[in-house]
Structures are given as structure tokens and as C-alpha cells.
Ligand binder design. Structure first.
Ligand code: ZN
Length: 150
């Protein structure tokens, strides 16, 4: 079976371009409780993430960044998806998101719009772009302990 270059459209789906053009939760929070930032030197992508975590729930999210449409739309969709989620749910989403990119797992319905980035799995050089904001999120949440109740 030959593996042709996947069509470019797989990478730049409309929902991705929409989040890139109109990023959700762009900016900074007044009083973040957690923050982290990161860089993907391969592509020049940058993401700085701020969160308000109350108890075990992520109440507010914001990010500032620059870089390619994959890195920035991933951050926009991620901040939308995790707002209102518990830290434990968010860690589960991290695993599901990574799995759809690095293990080519079928997207889990829990990912919502983030499923659109599944096509990036066929473009290995871009996987780091999509994962950047999630690495930053992991770092931001590192001080918070959760019980894995799966
Ligand atoms: Zn990139």
C-alpha cells in the first residue's frame, strides 16, 4: 500500500483556521493562579498560558502567543475546552489529545473541536506545534495534585 502525501486540506480544516483568525481567550487574566509558557523552536511558536484554578476546577483561561496556525488554534481550542473542567478531567484530555497525534488513536468525543487537529498526526513535523500549548498546560498544572480515579 502506497502512502501518498495527505491532502493539505486535512491539515487546515475550517475550524482550525477559524480559531487561528479569531483566537478565543486571547490575552491575560487579572489575577491568574497558575501560569507557564513555552517555545517550539522548530517552528518558532510561542504560547504563554494563564489559569484561574479554584479548588479542583479551572475557572478561567487565557493565552498569548504567536506562531503558526496549528500552534495558535490548538491553544485557542484548548483554552475553550478546559474552561470549567476539573484538573483531573483536563489531565485526561491531555492524554486523549496526545494519543490522537502521537499514537494516531481515533479522536475521543470528549475532545470536541480539538478533534479537528487529528489530521496533524499525518504531518510529524507539525505535531510539536499542536502539542506546544498542552506541554505548557501540563507545566502550569504541575503543582496541583489530583487523584487518578479512572
Ligand atoms: Zn508551528
Amino acid at each position: 500500500m502506497s502512502r501518498a502525501e495527505p491532502p493539505f486540506d486535512d491539515l487546515y480544516r475550517e475550524v482550525i483556521l477559524d480559531h487561528y483568525r479569531r483566537p478565543r481567550n486571547a490575552g491575560a487574566l487579572d489575577v491568574p493562579t497558575h501560569r507557564a509558557e513555552g517555545l517550539n523552536p522548530l517552528c518558532g511558536d510561542e504560547v504563554a498560558l494563564e489559569l484561574v484554578v479554584e479548588g479542583d476546577t479551572i475557572r478561567a483561561t487565557a493565552f498569548r502567543g504567536r506562531g503558526c496556525s496549528i500552534s495558535q488554534s490548538s491553544a485557542s481550542m484548548m483554552t475553550e475546552r478546559i474552561r470549567g473542567a476539573t484538573v483531573a478531567e483536563t489531565r485526561r484530555l491531555m492524554e486523549l489529545f496526545e494519543a490522537q497525534l502521537t499514537e494516531d488513536a481515533e479522536p475521543d468525543p470528549a475532545l470536541g473541536d480539538l478533534e479537528a487537529l487529528h489530521g496533524v498526526a499525518q504531518f510529524p513535523v507539525r505535531v510539536k506545534c499542536a502539542l506546544l500549548c498542552w506541554k505548557v498546560l501540563r507545566e502550569a498544572l504541575t503543582p496541583i495534585e489530583t487523584v487518578d480515579d479512572r
